[in-house]
Design a protein. Structure first.
Length: 437
């Protein structure tokens, strides 16, 4: 049994155990594996050193890095802040750490995961080993269709990653971690600050989105602030209560409206205690479930509302075969339009690239889209995406030159058949892949 396996076994046997000796597990070999696990084409941090450049002297750098980490001489560098556009037109800050910080953070995550994977609850899916977004999506589908859910709280925390309280976070970590060296590393990353346009600024709250360590720290924070609290709260509920969380995005389902309202009030108070607040404009309680259509029809309230979660709009629907209640999922319309616009813009940029190269690139684009969005019930949306990509490609090819204007649709369809995959459902039904108890 390896050292990391022994940590996990100890965490499994005693859920209250505080680990006092973890730093010796951060070895040169673990740092080397962490370096190899990083994205090779990621943007460099404030030191402008790329993954490739760092690796040119890797075997000389790693022992030195290991020595500094173990002796306490290691210093964390500030994250380079950049802004990326969001689907709604706003911008989201991303912190880019230097390669060396990424290596150490990745190694620390490998160690701490052995402890926290035994502690985290089953309805937490975000940024955890062997769990991904489709597991959470399956859980939502199965939870709503198999449990007595009539109301859904679609909640949102205002600026979660930027609002994490450092003092509370360290206290939460200290519930399980008592190794001074490990705690010192976490404090260094929290205090490293950010650099934007060459100007350094201190960070008193929040963890930089984009840092390797941030998803784990965020999960630890919400484990104590939200998960354990919800798990305790629903044990006192009279009706069914389900929750599925992916990072700071989660869905809660209720059997009874009065309990959903009480939960929402209690949740606001709970979050405020730890420096967080609900985003009122993005948080709403909606009638959703097997009886929503009939109940709303009796009141003349129209069709049930929908909610968005992890890229999909969730809709109350009926199966074609036996007219039973189901949850239909389709690509969020705004995301579909934004993705089409992005791809068509890139098609124009690649207009004069050789056609086979264009075809290979578009094949990878469509494959990537289908790998995520090709779920049962979403055939129309994935077909629409493929069609719009085809139209953009056809238009670009006809504009390559005067001669290219003679390209007919029939000739173009042969290119499509050669390079572009068909829009087929790739994922099984959630009930086949996941059974929620």
């Amino acid at each position: 049994m390896s050292g990391l396996d022994r940590i996990r076994e100890a965490a499994r046997k005693d859920e209250t155990l505080r680990f006092t000796s973890l730093m010796h597990h951060i070895t040169v070999d673990l740092l080397r594996n962490s370096y190899k696990s990083l994205k090779r084409d990621a943007a460099p941090g404030v030191d402008e050193v790329t993954w490739i450049q760092y690796g040119e002297q890797l075997e000389a750098r790693l022992p030195d890095l290991h020595g500094r980490v173990q002796s306490g001489r290691y210093r964390a560098m500030p994250s380079k802040r950049i802004w990326i556009p969001k689907p709604d037109g706003r911008q989201r800050p991303i912190g880019i750490a230097v390669v060396e910080d990424k290596i150490v953070q990745h190694a620390v995550v490998q160690v701490l995961n052995q402890i926290y994977e035994e502690a985290f609850l089953g309805f937490s899916y975000g940024f955890r080993p062997k769990r991904h977004q489709h597991n959470a999506l399956d859980a939502v589908w199965v939870g709503i269709t198999r449990r007595k859910v009539s109301w859904v709280l679609d909640a949102d925390i205002r600026g979660f990653f930027d609002a994490i309280d450092h003092e509370w976070l360290v206290k939460f970590v200290e519930h399980r971690i008592a190794d001074p060296g490990m705690l010192a590393l976490i404090r260094k990353w929290l205090r490293a600050g950010v650099s934007e346009d060459g100007q350094w600024s201190k960070t008193k709250v929040g963890t930089p989105q984009g840092a390797v360590i941030s998803p784990l720290l965020a999960n630890i924070y919400l484990h104590y602030v939200l998960d354990l609290w919800v798990d305790h709260w629903r044990k006192g509920a009279h009706g069914d209560v389900i929750i599925i969380r992916y990072a700071d995005d989660w869905i809660t389902g209720f059997q009874y409206r009065n309990e959903a309202i009480r939960f929402q009030q209690d949740l606001g108070e709970r979050l405020a205690r730890f420096g967080l607040e609900m985003h009122d404009e993005k948080t709403r309680l909606l009638e959703f479930g097997r009886f929503a259509s009939a109940n709303r029809s009796k009141r003349g309230a129209g069709k049930p509302e929908t909610f968005d979660f992890l890229g999909f709009t969730h809709i109350c629907a009926k199966t074609r075969k036996n007219n039973r209640f189901t949850v239909r999922r389709k690509t969020i319309a705004k995301r579909l339009r934004a993705k089409v616009k992005e791809v068509r813009k890139e098609i124009k940029r690649r207009m004069h690239v050789p056609v086979p190269d264009q075809g290979k690139w578009l094949r990878s684009v469509i494959h990537g889209h289908l790998n995520y969005y090709a779920v049962p019930g979403n055939k129309q949306s994935i077909n629409a995406f493929r069609t719009e990509v085809m139209r953009g490609w056809f238009s670009a090819l006809r504009r390559r030159s005067h001669k290219a204007r003679n390209l007919t649709w029939d000739r173009f369809k042969r290119l499509v058949k050669t390079w572009l995959p068909t829009a087929k459902v790739k994922h099984p039904y959630p009930s086949q892949r996941l059974h929620v108890i």
